[in-house]
Design a protein around this ligand. Structure first.
Ligand code: GRF
Length: 189
């Protein structure tokens, strides 16, 4: 299968997926990166990894739906089977949801349904939970909702900082996401 990763920022999860594909651990090709931010660092990673990328700036379109119709057109050109969201900071509309129903996943840095949305690591620290973690889920129209595919817990230490906890959570993400994608590609999830 051919995967498109969608990302808006640093792209460390994109990197983990591209590395796993390069090492033939994914049973899939990372065939395309879609990005909504022209200066995102993930674009440099894509260039270095030889993954083609297309930048779509939402403000150049009249609506979210029109924006996604243009994205969809490119996904079809590249023959993309699965969409893997990795730090893509936009909600998905029915345009892409219907085209990729059951074939779109997201990763979120909390044990959903706790702490959806932005700043999930800070939310967990502020609440005072002792355990947080990482969730991979199928995507629906909501923000960080949709059927859960995998979760992994991360313990919060007594004097944890947001930076330290984020680093431990991201280390888990970089292991978990490629594993889950491989399982999905093999049709075992
Ligand atoms: C990750 O923590 C992911 O869970 C969240 O956004 C972050 C993206 O980080 N959805 P990166 O761009 O992959 O480094």
């Amino acid at each position: 299968p051919r995967i498109a990763v969608f990302a808006s920022g640093s792209g460390s999860n994109f990197q983990a997926l591209a590395d796993a594909a390069y090492a033939q651990q994914l049973d899939a090709d990372v065939a395309l990166l879609i990005c909504d931010k022209p200066r995102a660092y993930v674009l440099e990673r894509a260039q270095a990894a030889n993954v083609p990328y297309v930048v779509f700036e939402p403000k150049q379109y009249l609506s979210r739906e029109q924006y996604e119709h243009n994205v969809l057109h490119v996904l079809e050109e590249y023959d993309i089977d699965w969409i893997v969201l990795a730090g893509y900071m936009r909600l998905i509309t029915p345009v892409l949801l219907h085209a990729y129903e059951g074939r779109m996943v997201n990763i979120h840095p909390s044990l959903l349904p706790a702490f959806p949305g932005l700043h999930a690591v800070r939310q967990a620290l502020d609440y005072g939970v002792k355990v947080t973690g990482v969730t991979v889920h199928l995507v629906d129209e909501g923000m960080d909702t949709g059927p859960i595919v995998a979760q992994q817990a991360v313990m919060i230490e007594p004097c944890d900082t947001e930076a330290a906890l984020t680093a431990r959570i991201q280390a888990v993400e970089h292991e978990l996401y490629p594993q889950v994608v491989r399982r999905l590609m093999r049709g075992k999830s």
